[in-house]
Design a protein around this ligand. Structure first.
Ligand SMILES: [Zn+2]
Length: 381
C-alpha cells in the first residue's frame, strides 16, 4: 500500500465506501459501524500500528491507532467518523463506488471516508518510510457522529492529545470555529372545550401565535450580533403539533425550535433566553412550559494555535493557500476543544453526505493527504 500515491488512496477510499456504515440510530435497518471498524482496525494492524477498540455501544466501537515517534513529544490526533447518513435519497449506488471524472461517488465518500482514507495513507507513509518524528500520531475513527456524537464523547475520555485535526469535507479550508445548537420545546397550554363553548375553551394554537411573535423578535435581535467568522446566531421554528379536531378547543400546542449558537452561549444562557419569553407570555396570561432536549456547544480556537500554523504552513509549502474560517454545521471539534484539545477542521472538497448523491473530488483527497503529511511532520518535529 504505497502511501500517498493517488491510486492507493482511491483504493483505500473505495474499500471504505463499499462497507455500509449508515448510522443505525438514523436508519435502524442498517447494521452500523461494526464491519467498517473491523476493516479499519485490520488495515492499521497490518501496517504495524498499536490498535485499540473502544466500545461505545453494542457492536459500535471507535478504532484508535497509535504510531510512536522517535523521542517523547507532542501528540497529534487525526479524527474521522465512520458512520454515514442514510441512503434513501440517493440515485447512485451507495456502496458500490463509482468514479466519474474527478469525482468518486458513494455514501460516505466525502463525509468522512475520504478524510479517513487520507489519514490512513499518511500514517502508512510515515510507518513504511520510517520517517523520523517525535511524540505520537494518533488516528481515531469514531462512531455515531451523525446522530449523538457518542463516539467522540467517549474518545475524549480515553485519548489525550496536544491538538487534533477533525477530517470533514470542508472544501480545503482550515475551520477554527463552528456554531452550536440547542433543541428547545415550548408547550402552550389551553383548555379543551367543545367548539361551541367559547366561554370555557382556551385555544392553545391561537396563543402559540403570541409565542411565535416573541420568537420572531428574538430572532431579529440575534441577527444583529455578528461573529467574525461564524456570522449571526439564529433560531427557527422546526415543528408544530396540536389540536384534536374541528370542533374542539385545543388544550395544548407544542412548538419545537432550533437555536443555532455562537461560542460563549451556554446551555444556561439559552435556557434563560427561553425563560424570559415564557415569563413575558405569563404576564399576558398565557401559560407556556419550556424544556431543552439537546445542546451542543459552539466553539472556536485562535488562528494562532500551533496546529493551525502547522496546517497552513504545510499547505503553503505545497503552493496552496488555506483560508482560515468558521462553519455553521456541527463537527466533532466541539467536544475536543472542551476536553482541552485544540482542534481544527480540515478536509477535501465534495458534496456532503447530507445531500442526495454524495461524492468527493479525488484530487482534493490526494492534496489533503499531502497537506496532512506535512502538518504531522511540522507539528511533531
Ligand atoms: Zn461528517
Amino acid at each position: 500500500m504505497p502511501g500517498l500515491q493517488k491510486e492507493s488512496i482511491i483504493d483505500l477510499l473505495k474499500g471504505l465506501v463499499a462497507i455500509d456504515s449508515v448510522n443505525p440510530s438514523l436508519s435502524p435497518a442498517h447494521a452500523g459501524e461494526g464491519e467498517i471498524a473491523k476493516h479499519v482496525a485490520d488495515v492499521l494492524l497490518e501496517m504495524g500500528l498499536q490498535v485499540d477498540m473502544q466500545e461505545v455501544a453494542r457492536e459500535r466501537s471507535n478504532v484508535i491507532g497509535r504510531l510512536k515517534g522517535k523521542r517523547p513529544g507532542r501528540r497529534l490526533l487525526m479524527v474521522a467518523h465512520m458512520d454515514t447518513v442514510g441512503i434513501d435519497s440517493m440515485t447512485v449506488p451507495p456502496f458500490d463506488p463509482v468514479i466519474i471524472g474527478n469525482r468518486l461517488y458513494g455514501r460516505g465518500a466525502s463525509d468522512t471516508k475520504a478524510g479517513l482514507a487520507a489519514a490512513i495513507a499518511v500514517t502508512e507513509e510515515l510507518k513504511r518510510k520510517k520517517t523520523t518524528f517525535n511524540g505520537e500520531l494518533i488516528i481515531a475513527a469514531t462512531v455515531d457522529e451523525e446522530f449523538e456524537a457518542a463516539g467522540i464523547e467517549a474518545l475524549v475520555k480515553e485519548v489525550g492529545a496536544d491538538a487534533a485535526i477533525v477530517l470533514e469535507p470542508v472544501g480545503m479550508m482550515a475551520i477554527i470555529a463552528h456554531k452550536g445548537f440547542a433543541w428547545m420545546e415550548f408547550e402552550v397550554i389551553g383548555l379543551a372545550a367543545h367548539g361551541s363553548d367559547s366561554k370555557k375553551g382556551i385555544d392553545a394554537i391561537m396563543r402559540t401565535g403570541r409565542l411565535l411573535d416573541e420568537l420572531d423578535s428574538v430572532s431579529k435581535r440575534l441577527s444583529k450580533t455578528v461573529h467574525p467568522v461564524l456570522g449571526s446566531p439564529s433560531l427557527h421554528a422546526s415543528q408544530i403539533t396540536g389540536g384534536e379536531g374541528w370542533s374542539t378547543y385545543p388544550a395544548s400546542c407544542t412548538l419545537r425550535v432550533e437555536r443555532r449558537t455562537l461560542p460563549g452561549e451556554t446551555k444556561k444562557s439559552i435556557e434563560r433566553e427561553s425563560q424570559v419569553i415564557v415569563d413575558k407570555l405569563a404576564n399576558l396570561g398565557i401559560e407556556v412550559r419550556t424544556k431543552m432536549h439537546f445542546f451542543r456547544t459552539a466553539t472556536e480556537i485562535s488562528s494562532k494555535e500551533r496546529i493551525v500554523k502547522s496546517l497552513r504552513s504545510s499547505a503553503d509549502g505545497l503552493g496552496m493557500e488555506l483560508p482560515v474560517t468558521g462553519m455553521a454545521a456541527w463537527p466533532e471539534a466541539g467536544p475536543l476543544n472542551l476536553a482541552g484539545i485544540p482542534s481544527v477542521v480540515f478536509g477535501p472538497k465534495g458534496c456532503t453526505g447530507h445531500e442526495a448523491d454524495e461524492y468527493v473530488e479525488i484530487d482534493s483527497v490526494v492534496q489533503c493527504a499531502h497537506i496532512l503529511h506535512g502538518t504531522v511532520l511540522d507539528f511533531l518535529k
